[in-house]
Design a protein around this ligand. Structure first.
Ligand SMILES: O=P(O)(O)O[C@H]1O[C@H](CO)[C@@H](O)[C@H]1O
Ligand SMILES: Nc1nc2[nH]cnc2c(=O)[nH]1
Length: 378
């Protein structure tokens, strides 16, 4: 199947837009506004029917890091191409499969391969799987990528925990979030200063120490460029001046969408190559080296990710706070308190909720995340 799913999805959006009451910004926007909530819901419903598991934790596997998904047991594997509206993955080292199963006993959903801007997909489409996973019940996400090490102290094979990013695309107006806004995906205006969960970063550093790999674990600032070419020396010198430690062609758009819908984010890069910043150096970046480094480090990374997921799954580490910024007055659901017993009952299945709505488990989780309803200890 070529781009059938993509064309189909875009056709659906156009139809919806034609039918909708178009406002000025939507009618004349040259930027796409992405799949509607209903299309994302269709996709998540398709996936939900394939597996009984309801993971709260997702893992996105970067270039050559698909083997992280190979340790998921009792898995259901769904090819991207079979999911309605899901585009195919076209890059070597990205299998293009969703894997739902148990990672050391913990339910997870993994993307074995991601979608990139340089494949010709707009950023909203590249990050669309994050919204699908949100509707599936994911609340915590581990995002991994291959990246060039720009910090001169970094070595090939290092793991860089991302503590912050520079959204180069977004700074010039190319964000997955531009276009028509739907509050059900989260607020339009939201803060980014607590994006890379400090608690998870501390956990990861402790795990690195326990594993005896802390010498090769760094913490730094990541940038996403458009690709697919690697950078010139002048570009890398410019990025270094901006305080960048690692350079890649992904991750940032997924992180944005994950934060918008209140997921807790842990992200790291595998430094697959050292960025060349001197004109008299003969080294040249290439994708084979990227995949080779990923293969060499796969066993360490499998253990690292397994241990992180185990920690993230602990009740004390899985509490999710709604991201601030919900647009006031955009919902007519009255905010009210529900007690712990009601909350447990609501989460068990498709049952009638307390006043004033009737809600499914999924809706309850969304409402909790958005701060529309509140759990109480009573
Ligand atoms: O970010 P991921 O997909 O891990 O891979 C990185 O490595 C590839 C280039 O070698 C690009 O896809 C770049 O983004
Ligand atoms: N942009 C970019 N992406 C990468 N992915 C892996 N290595 C690199 C790199 O050096 N630059």
């Amino acid at each position: 199947m070529s781009n059938h799913a993509l064309e189909n999805g875009v056709a659906n959006i156009k139809k919806e837009e034609e039918l909708s009451d178009m406002r000025h910004g939507e009618k004349f926007s040259f930027l796409s506004s992405g799949y509607s909530f209903e299309i994302i819901e269709q996709m998540s419903n398709y996936i939900r029917e394939k597996s009984q598991l309801r993971p709260r934790i997702a893992v996105i596997c970067g270039s050559g890091l698909g083997s992280l998904a190979d340790i998921i047991l009792d898995s259901t594997v769904i090819s991207y191409e079979e999911i309605p509206h899901f585009p195919p993955s076209t890059v070597p080292g990205h299998a293009g499969e969703l894997v739902i199963g148990l990672l050391d006993g913990i339910p997870v959903i993994a993307m074995k391969g991601r979608l990139h801007l340089y494949e010709g997909y707009p950023l909203w489409l590249c990050s669309m799987p994050v919204r699908v996973m949100k509707l599936l019940g994911v609340r915590q996400i581990v995002i991994t990528c291959a990246a060039g090490g720009l910090n001169p102290s970094y070595k090939t094979g290092d793991i860089m925990i991302i503590k912050d990013h520079v959204n180069l695309q977004g700074l010039i107006g190319n964000s997955p979030l531009v276009g028509k806004h739907d509050e059900r995906f989260g607020p339009r205006f939201f803060p980014m200063n607590k994006t890379y969960d400090s608690h998870y970063r501390e956990i990861a550093k402790r795990i690195a120490t326990d594993m005896g790999i802390s010498d090769s674990v760094r913490e730094g600032v990541h940038v996403m460029v458009g690709g697919p070419n690697y950078e010139t020396i002048a570009e890398l010198q410019f990025l270094r001046l901006m305080g960048i430690d690692s350079v890649g062609m992904s991750t940032v758009h997924e992180v944005l969408v994950a934060r918008q819908c209140s997921m807790r984010v842990f992200a790291f890069c595998l430094i697959t190559n050292e960025c060349v910043t001197e004109y008299d150096c003969n080294l040249e970046a290439n994708h084979e080296e990227v995949l080779q480094t990923a293969e060499q480090r796969q066993e360490t990374l499998k253990l690292f990710v397994t241990k992180i997921v185990a920690e993230m799954a602990k009740p004390e580490n899985s509490i999710v706070q709604p991201i601030p910024g919900r647009t006031p007055g955009r919902t007519n659901i009255v905010k009210h308190q529900i007690n712990a017993g009601e909350l447990r009952a609501l989460r068990k299945g498709r049952i009638a909720s307390t006043k004033p709505t009737v809600a499914t488990e999924q809706e309850v989780n969304n409402m909790l995340d958005l701060g529309i309803i509140e759990p109480s200890s009573g």
